[in-house]
Design a binder for this molecule. Structure first.
Ligand SMILES: NC(=O)c1ccc[n+]([C@@H]2O[C@H](COP(=O)([O-])OP(=O)(O)OC[C@H]3O[C@@H](n4cnc5c(N)ncnc54)[C@H](O)[C@@H]3O)[C@@H](O)[C@H]2O)c1
Length: 372
């Protein structure tokens, strides 16, 4: 299991609607550790897990480029599916994944993303309430050391879903689409690959137009010389204090060292409990009659009534909220983060890459609105 897989275990085991029954993991050392620690069945791959263990649902936290194959296998076995973001590399793959789940009559949900963070969800509620008038501008800007952390080669290969626009833009686009209502009409972007020693897309600026005239920007710089947490009271992505200059150690030099460092880091990379609300960079929402931003423990809402502090509950992690939404989806309730919603996020990310490549604005075709 990688960082994503490890991070989900507490949420799965903490929700009475689910039981962690089995894992599939090709790396023998990791597989044996997980099986022993949690007392679950362990298989070297997904087909053998599906064939040997009775299951109702599968959480797919494999590398992005494998999601299409694994969703196809889980759909064919008629299991409900929660898959990590981004759901695939290409829009056509996402369409095939949605069709396979629909044919099988199973749920396909895409999560976790930072739109599950309580402050982002509450921003959406305030916007949808109309209390501050129409939303006009949304900005989400993040500066991290994503490029300097240990990586598999595929994570830096844009053709395999690597680089910050796929991997981190997926969070930003999901947040912006949720707050803005979901319907992006066009995208213009410039992406950057400026580190000769570590080729990939390491930074981007994306401009999004919404169907109601609202506009948004997603800015990401993953080179790690400056941390966006400096703009968010020192609180980072997982609601914990973050160092101001994250790029303090050089990346490992060989692929083997890099993989070993990544595995070592994965176990505790994402904490289950946090002291503050998660801050995936600085997110600022401007409505006609007020502005909203995050604080360490909730939101600050600025209007003609002054600055109102909203403290949000911190008893459930964002992944607890993903699992609750997954249970709702399986129970037939309408939810936001469906396969089609994930496809719409992916369409924005791929359009951003294409826009940067050709230097033009790209019109979108697969956008859907937030579920009511
Ligand atoms: N939502 C989040 O906050 C978040 C955080 C990190 C990663 N992710 C996403 O999760 C996915 C995985 O990222 P990661 O950083 O954890 O990756 P990773 O490379 O650390 O882990 C992937 C795991 O999948 C295993 N694997 C490889 N092939 C497999 C196969 N055929 N069957 C079963 N398991 C297989 C690997 O051995 C490894 O344990 C990516 O899509 C990424 O975008 C999401």
């Amino acid at each position: 299991m990688g960082a994503a897989g490890w991070a989900f275990v507490p949420a799965i085991r903490g929700n009475p609607a689910f039981e962690l029954a089995a894992i599939a993991e090709p790396a023998a050392e990791v597989r044996e550790t997980v099986a022993a620690e949690f007392g679950v069945a362990a298989s070297p791959d997904l087909p053998s897990m599906l064939a040997t263990t009775p299951l109702d649902a599968v959480y797919i936290a494999t590398p992005t480029e494998m999601h299409p194959e694994h969703v196809a296998q889980a759909s064919a076995a008629k299991k409900h599916i929660l898959t990590e973001k981004p759901m695939a590399v290409r829009v056509e793959q996402a369409q095939a994944m949605i069709a396979a789940a629909e044919r099988a009559g199973v749920v396909l949900q895409v999560g976790h993303s930072h739109s599950y963070d309580p402050p982002i969800a509450r921003m959406r509620e305030i916007v949808a309430s109309g209390a501050l008038g129409r939303v006009r501008m949304i900005h989400t800007w993040n500066f991290t050391d994503w490029m300097a952390r240990p990586r598999r080669a595929a994570e830096l290969d844009v053709a395999q879903g690597g680089g910050v626009t796929y991997r981190q833009g997926a969070h930003q686009v999901d947040m912006l689409r949720l707050i803005g209502g979901g319907l992006v009409t066009s995208v213009r972007a410039t992406t950057f690959d400026w580190d000769e020693s570590r080729r990939s897309i390491g930074a981007h600026t994306i401009f999004l137009n919404f169907s109601d005239g609202a506009a948004a920007t997603a800015v990401y710089n993953g080179y790690g010389y400056f941390s966006g947490a400096e703009l968010t009271a020192g609180v980072g992505e997982w609601g914990m204090a973050e160092q101001a200059n994250p790029r303090s150690a050089p990346p490992p030099t060989t692929p083997e060292q890099e993989l070993a460092a990544k595995r070592k880091r994965a176990r505790n990379a994402i904490p289950a409990n946090a002291t503050h609300q998660p801050h995936f960079g600085l997110t600022l929402v401007s409505c006609e009659r007020g502005d909203i931003r995050q604080s360490s423990d909730g939101l600050l809402v600025y209007s003609e009534r002054g600055c109102e502090k909203v403290v949000l509950p911190s008893d459930r992690s964002p992944r607890d909220r993903v699992i609750e939404e997954f249970a709702d989806a399986i129970a037939g309730k309408p939810v936001t983060h469906t396969g089609r919603w994930g496809l719409a996020n992916l369409e924005v990310c791929t359009a951003a890459l294409e826009s940067s490549r050709i230097g033009k604005e790209i019109e979108l075709q697969h956008q859907i609105a937030v579920a009511k």
